[in-house]
Design a protein around this ligand. Sequence first.
Ligand SMILES: *[C@@H]1O[C@H](CO)[C@@H](O)[C@H](O)[C@H]1NC(C)=O
Ligand SMILES: *[C@@H]1O[C@H](CO)[C@@H](O)[C@H](O)[C@H]1NC(C)=O
Ligand SMILES: *[C@@H]1O[C@H](CO)[C@@H](O)[C@H](O)[C@H]1NC(C)=O
Ligand SMILES: *[C@@H]1O[C@H](CO)[C@@H](O)[C@H](O)[C@H]1NC(C)=O
Ligand SMILES: *[C@@H]1O[C@H](CO)[C@@H](O)[C@H](O)[C@H]1NC(C)=O
Ligand SMILES: *[C@@H]1O[C@H](CO)[C@@H](O)[C@H](O)[C@H]1NC(C)=O
Ligand SMILES: *[C@@H]1O[C@H](CO)[C@@H](O)[C@H](O)[C@H]1NC(C)=O
Ligand SMILES: *[C@@H]1O[C@H](CO)[C@@H](O)[C@H](O)[C@H]1NC(C)=O
Length: 421
Amino acid sequence: MHPLLIILLFIFFSQAINARDTITPSHPLADNEILVSADGRFALGFFTPGSSNNRYIGLWYNAITDKTPVWVANRKNPVKNSTGVLSISGNGNLLITDQSSTVAWSSGVANVTNPVAQLLNSGNLVVRDSNFSDGEFAWQGFDYPTDTLIAGMKMGVDFVTGLNRTLTAWTSESDPSPSQYYALLDIHGDPQLALCSGSKMVYRAGPWNGLRYSGIPGTVTYYGFNFSFIDNKKEISYSFNTIPSVLSKLAVNQSGVLQRSLWVQDSELWNIIWYAPMDQCDYMPPCGPFATCNPNNSPICDCIQGFKPKSPNKWMYRDATDGCVRKTRLDCNNGTDGFLVLPNTKLADTSNVTVDMSLSVDECRVKCLSTCSCTAYAPADVRNGGSGCIIWTHELTDLKMFTSDVYGQEFYVRLAAADLG
Ligand SMILES: *[C@@H]1O[C@H](CO)[C@@H](O)[C@H](O)[C@H]1NC(C)=O
Ligand SMILES: *[C@@H]1O[C@H](CO)[C@@H](O)[C@H](O)[C@H]1NC(C)=O
Ligand SMILES: *[C@@H]1O[C@H](CO)[C@@H](O)[C@H](O)[C@H]1NC(C)=O
Ligand SMILES: *[C@@H]1O[C@H](CO)[C@@H](O)[C@H](O)[C@H]1NC(C)=O
Ligand SMILES: *[C@@H]1O[C@H](CO)[C@@H](O)[C@H](O)[C@H]1NC(C)=O
Ligand SMILES: *[C@@H]1O[C@H](CO)[C@@H](O)[C@H](O)[C@H]1NC(C)=O
Ligand SMILES: *[C@@H]1O[C@H](CO)[C@@H](O)[C@H](O)[C@H]1NC(C)=O
Ligand SMILES: *[C@@H]1O[C@H](CO)[C@@H](O)[C@H](O)[C@H]1NC(C)=O
């Protein structure tokens, strides 16, 4: 064997031997040490972002060349120099302290008898009782996402614990503290993935339709992915998983763009396979109520069939914000109204809808017709020919049309008989 290779192998194995995945009260993690998950996939330790001098505890993919952290523990509370230590107290509180023992950050847990913190193969840093390896975690890093959702991590609300897991962008390359840009699950009506800047919603991916978010039709082409969307009394959450050979993340970047990336090992780069806002229709709401938005049309806004511009003059000068109004009043009592099917949409905003999963699509149509305030309906789940019922009873806003009809989601708009023709 070549001597250099022997040296390299020695360095490799000595590192592998030194690497540990746990912190115990008697064995904290110093600034110059790292934890490595048992399978080598993730590493956790102190890092310095960009041009800053501050030290943070971060989590990164250990096996690839890009060491950008996907999770930061003390994003608001750095240690100012390299004297920091990550330790676990005798009752399970994870602590980041500096030389003067000032606590920069703590996990807040204090109820574990024989505590250990462990970096799992998923990238989750967990605190548990070392005597119960398969018991519940007293604390887990996955409950506090930073700007990035990695495989197995959940976004959304847990009604039992009160957790509200959002993705919040770093302030700058040198400062992981939270900026005004964040992605969340908006739980009103039919829950939607949304991107906000401060209190303003910038982009809406729409509700989950069983396969994907209504506004991200390309999701069904992702290879090696598994998605989970849970909507029940205990939680509303979204997560994804991948086969081991696929490395993917969903993150809000520092410009406030939500993006899904795939690691390409050959080029050692993250390939951004989807991002939003992407086109003019994504910045909500460009077209006003009862209008459709199609980024490939000029102008991009059009009234839904059976509707006309509310302010024709403004509309003429391409200000579509007032939207459209009905040409013919609905005639609920006579039962003559019908539905226009728009085949290929991102469903109108569902933050003010009612959902009944027990209804079939036909029953949904009947329910809409018999509810005089109903303006539109759609199946809540598009799998197996459709099921469940979303009812809109107000203005229809942020309705986007996709041009490819491969993954279209049907949306049924109620019109008076005269406007159906
Ligand atoms: C490191 O910073 C802490 C305050 O965060 C300070 O007390 C300590 O003296 C510093 N140590 C060195 C070696 O600079
Ligand atoms: C601490 O843990 C014990 C045993 O698991 C439990 O009975 C107790 O309620 C916990 N206390 C708090 C404050 O969580
Ligand atoms: C629990 O684990 C600790 C070490 O982590 C050990 O010292 C202790 O004896 C264990 N206790 C029980 C009840 O097994
Ligand atoms: C979750 O947090 C976001 C960001 O602070 C907030 O806009 C949203 O209303 C919260 N959701 C719930 C259910 O508390
Ligand atoms: C995908 O989901 C199926 C069914 O829930 C599960 O059996 C499988 O392990 C999942 N695969 C991944 C990569 O999560
Ligand atoms: C955020 O992502 C968008 C779209 O991929 C890109 O144009 C922008 O430069 C990115 N911003 C930063 C700070 O990386
Ligand atoms: C019911 O329909 C008939 C025939 O289309 C029409 O003449 C009548 O005005 C309608 N009634 C109402 C209340 O709209
Ligand atoms: C939600 O719907 C109610 C009637 O069901 C209506 O009064 C209210 O204005 C709507 N809010 C929005 C934001 O559309």
